[in-house]
Ligand binder design. Structure first.
Ligand code: NAD
Ligand code: ZN
Ligand code: ZN
Length: 344
């Protein structure tokens, strides 16, 4: 079969590999759609040794069951499913609570992260990772598994502060961010302020229901403060889907005293923590800072329900498998709007 693999640090290429077979408890899935996540670029940029190599990338997968391995019940050929990408150890304290995204044994264990992923004609996954998607289109179902699930989980973590009448600043309106705006619209009554460097991303944010948009630039902190109030007032919650120095700096400068910053983006920015005796303060007092990772299986089921109810829809740009490297190039250059989805 054809697969798009990371063959060396920074190198993504289409190769021929043997079609894998489903072992006990596993299914062989015919990949119908796989989202191109910005995290794949971080994986490609990572030093050798951090991730298996060669490895087929793609952790945002939906497809059709081809073959169920020995011992699998409840799934048969032809069933359509979304794939929950995390594979925790299943035995640690976190996994036993259902928080496989906090697994203490395999912290970033997953399909397309620690074993071959979905950028291929077929992928083998544990049957326990499959979720029914009803009538959803596979190109819609795939982005739900990460671009939908990760912001949903972050919003869940911030739920306490996302009361009616509060404000939420969403930074980075790409694959995850444009889903975040819709999740906030569907599940809260907060005022949504979207921030991005790109005008096209801000247009997308407005279409998804953001109440205000601010183009990131030298004066963006002042412009956000004009909307949410100057310190010690500010945004109740900041969702940062970039995580670079300029965005974590904006996040800490616009969050309210007692607010919450969720650093979802993995761009390697630094957040100084020195809440008093600084002018301006580095981080307001009583601020909660979280580093969310992906989400739980139960949350993915809720994300799928939200999509089936018509309240969450990825803005999708599709590519053939052979064009996957080009899709990632466009993603790196900021030229993908919404989510790039590869259809093998
Ligand atoms: P994306 O490329 O689709 O979107 C990023 C958006 O941020 C783009 O719209 C871009 O214009 C905007 N942006 C870039 N620099 C900016 C700046 N300085 N100020 C404002 N906006 C800026 O990326 P994505 O797939 O949505 O992923 C976003 C980030 O989240 C990545 O770092 C990715 O690795 C990370 N991620 C984290 C998790 C997790 O579990 N923590 C899960 C998935 C993705
Ligand atoms: Zn991802
Ligand atoms: Zn575990």
């Amino acid at each position: 079969m054809r697969a798009v693999r990371m063959t060396a640090p920074g190198v993504l290429e289409q190769v021929e590999v043997p079609t894998p077979a489903a072992g006990p408890g596993e299914v062989l899935l015919r990949v119908g759609a796989v989202g191109a996540c910005h995290s794949d670029l971080h994986i490609l940029d990572a030093p050798a040794g951090l991730f298996p190599m060669p490895m087929t990338l793609g952790h945002e997968i939906a497809g059709t069951v081809d073959q169920a391995g020995p011992g699998v019940t409840g799934w048969t050929a032809g069933d359509r499913a979304a794939v929950y990408g995390i594979i925790g150890c299943g035995r640690c304290r976190a996994c036993l609570r259902g928080a496989e995204n906090q697994c203490r044994v395999v912290p970033v264990g997953g399909i397309g992260l620690s074993r071959d992923g979905g950028l291929a004609e077929h992928v083998v996954v544990p049957a326990s990772r499959l979720l029914h998607i009803g009538e959803l289109d596979l190109t819609q179902a795939a982005p739900l598994t990460d671009a939908g699930l990760t912001p949903y989980h972050a919003v869940e973590l911030a739920r306490e502060r996302l009361r009616p009448g509060t404000s939420c600043v969403v930074i980075g309106i790409g694959g995850l961010g444009h889903m975040a705006v819709q999740i906030l619209v569907a599940t809260t009554a907060v005022r949504i302020i979207a921030v991005d460097t790109s005008v096209a991303a801000l247009d997308l944010a407005s279409r998804m229901g953001a109440h205000e948009v601010v183009q990131a630039g030298p004066d963006s902190v002042d412009r956000i403060r004009a909307l949410v109030g100057p310190p010690p007032d500010g945004a109740d919650v900041v969702l940062d889907f970039v995580g670079a120095d300029p965005t974590v700096t904006t996040a800490r400068q616009v969050v309210a005293t007692g607010g919450q910053v969720l650093l979802v983006g993995l761009a390697g920015g630094t957040l100084p923590v020195r809440p008093v005796a600084d002018e301006p303060p580095t981080l307001p007092l009583e601020t909660a800072v979280e580093v969310p990772f992906w989400g739980t299986r139960a949350e993915l089921q809720e994300v799928i329900a939200l999509a089936r109810a018509g309240q969450l829809q990825a803005d999708v740009q599709t590519f053939a498998l052979a064009d996957a490297p080009e899709a990632y190039d466009l993603l790196r250059r900021g030229e993908i709007h919404g989510r790039a989805v590869i259809v093998p």
